[in-house]
Ligand binder design. Structure first.
Ligand code: SF4
Length: 538
């Protein structure tokens, strides 16, 4: 079964033969193969390692694996979804490696991690990793391998101290965290010795050649898809948005140097193309890209676009998508209230949303999914009525379009101006209110689980004291109830759930990620917060 899964892969790169003294490495995705192989980030890192003669890499998923080295020196994890940490702990155990970095010896591999979750806030998982890569992987990964080779034969602490000197490489155990109280806020985060940098800067890749699939397979969650990254980050900077703030500045792939040759190569092995990025239609030459894909030789190509900005939904775009197998489009509107959109810096008006719906219908699409949030800081009950009214107007403008409103709860994210806000406890009631009002209008309302938003917030704003809680949660069965039980068990030893999730934090508080510098300094985030007219203080 395993060999047939790997045999089904069409590779778009040529793996090299590793030398006899290559570094035995396992690169894992903490979920099943179908999920992992659909992650563009995982594909890229794996291919980068497989193309090095000095690394002998084997892949590991929760369900299948390649033949693994008996004594790996490096074990990497790509973490795309925070709740997959449970699978990381399980995989470590299955490989007979201590879960906690502090308990590992010279005989254990260096366990490293990267990906969006760890770049945003690695702290709840900090005790499980020896090394965390912060930021874009393009240069970081090679720098890690090169630096490791210099200290390959040294003891563990010498290795970690050397790696800590590489920009973007964070070694959690080399930082000491002090607390005001055992269950209170953080007092300070400092390196344990003067030769360790006090702040680790996330790395930003500045080139205009962005990523593209290195493997296409029918076993991927998006079967046989070839993915190209069209843009990185988003210039809009909605105040809650991690996809924008964490990866700034906005970068675009060059047409001639990146997108056209990539697409040409990928479409030789499949006819399914995915355009990825937080804000794909904002590529300044998006029209030309669409023209390129619309040439006759690509007539049978099925096209998916990850994200479409509402005011770029023209009739032409809808038509192209409808012709190429897309029936429905998703646009993020966040709220029907102009006031709330102003607070979050979403430069969008109700008329544009209504126009987008009309264009989607006229272009031949049969469905439109709007995506919103409740509990955005500054939102009041009347703002929900504005959302209901907007949905009615959209329905009126495009009566035969299948209309859905997906709705989540606002979750504060590190490195955004809204990082200091807690989750509004009214959010659950607000989701129910929208359901009650929209159902009679024939609008399909799909709320996301409020309780999981609470857990997401816990992990998004958590500090390293949570490692104990995460271990217990796993032992208790990894359900929502397990988190509550674990909090009860650790009462008095760590802060409360309320502290992490619902309280508004003072803006002068030491944040769990204070020593990890994102693209914008704290002072800029505070200025952006001030523009909203809100204060985070409870
Ligand atoms: S437009 Fe979308 S991707 Fe861009 S900042 Fe706003 S929410 Fe984020």
């Amino acid at each position: 079964m395993t060999s047939s899964v790997f045999a089904d892969e069409k590779l778009l790169f040529t793996p090299t033969t590793a030398t006899s003294d290559a570094i035995p490495t396992i690169f894992a995705f903490p979920n099943e193969y179908t999920v992992g192989i659909t992650s563009l980030g995982y594909q890229i890192v794996w291919a980068t390692l497989a193309m090095r003669t000095d690394v002998q890499v084997s892949r590991l998923f929760t369900d299948i694996q390649e033949s693994l080295p008996r004594e790996p020196e490096l074990l990497g994890f790509s973490l795309s979804w925070e709740l997959d940490y449970v699978n990381i702990l399980n995989l470590l155990e299955s490989l007979n490696i201590s879960i906690r970095a502090q308990e590992r010896t010279n005989n254990h591999p260096i366990v490293f991690g990267g990906g969006p979750v760890l770049t945003a806030n690695p702290e709840p998982f900090a005790d499980f990793f020896d090394v965390i890569l912060l930021g874009d992987g393009e240069d970081l990964l090679g720098n890690l391998i090169d630096a490791y080779k210099q200290v390959r034969n040294c003891d563990r602490i010498t290795q970690l101290t050397a790696l800590a000197q590489v920009p973007g490489i964070y070694i959690p155990c080399l930082y000491q965290v002090e607390y005001h109280e055992i269950d209170g806020a953080i007092a300070s985060i400092t390196p344990i010795s003067p030769d360790i940098p006090p702040v680790v800067q996330k790395q930003t890749y500045r080139g205009n050649v962005l990523s593209a699939s290195t493997v296409v397979t029918q076993k991927a969650a998006w079967e046989n898809i070839y993915m190209v990254e069209v843009v990185r980050s988003c210039p809009e900077m909605c105040r809650f948005c991690l996809a924008s703030y964490l990866t700034l500045p906005f970068r675009t792939a060059s047409l001639e140097g990146s997108l056209f040759p990539s697409i040409e190569k990928g479409l030789q092995v499949t006819n399914r193309l995915g355009l990825l990025g937080a804000s794909v239609t904002q590529h300044p030459e998006f029209g030309e890209l669409l023209n390129y894909i619309n040439q006759p030789k690509y007539d049978d190509v099925r096209l998916s676009i990850a994200s479409v900005r509402t005011n770029t939904v023209t009739k032409e775009l809808a038509h192209t998508l409808a012709q190429r197998g897309t029936r429905s489009l998703t646009i993020a509107v966040e709220s029907g209230s102009e006031k709330v959109r102003q607070i979050i810096n979403k430069k969008l008006h109700n008329e544009e949303i209504i126009q987008a719906a009309a264009n989607a219908k006229q272009g031949g699409l049969s469905g439109l999914k709007l995506y919103g949030m409740v509990g955005i800081p500054g939102e009041e009950p009347e703002d929900l009525d504005a959302t209901v009214a907007m949905m009615k107007d959209v329905k009126k403008a495009a009566p035969r379009l299948r209309l859905t409103l997906g709705c989540s709860t606002f979750v504060p994210k590190s490195h955004t101006p809204f990082q200091w806000f807690g989750v509004n406890k009214e959010s659950e009631n607000r989701l129910q209110y929208l359901r009650k009002k929209l159902k009679p209008q024939g609008i399909d309302f799909r709320p996301e689980s409020y309780n999981w938003s609470i857990i997401q917030t816990l992990l998004s704003r958590g500090d390293r004291r949570l490692s104990k809680l995460l271990e217990l949660t796993r032992d208790f069965g990894d359900s929502l109830g397990s988190y509550k039980r674990a909090f009860k068990e650790l009462k008095g030893q760590i802060p409360t759930l309320d502290f992490y999730v619902h309280s508004n934090w003072e803006t002068d508080m030491v944040l769990p990620w204070n020593h990890l510098q994102g693209p914008l300094p704290q002072s800029t985030l505070l200025k952006h917060l001030a523009h909203t007219g809100l204060t985070a203080k409870s």
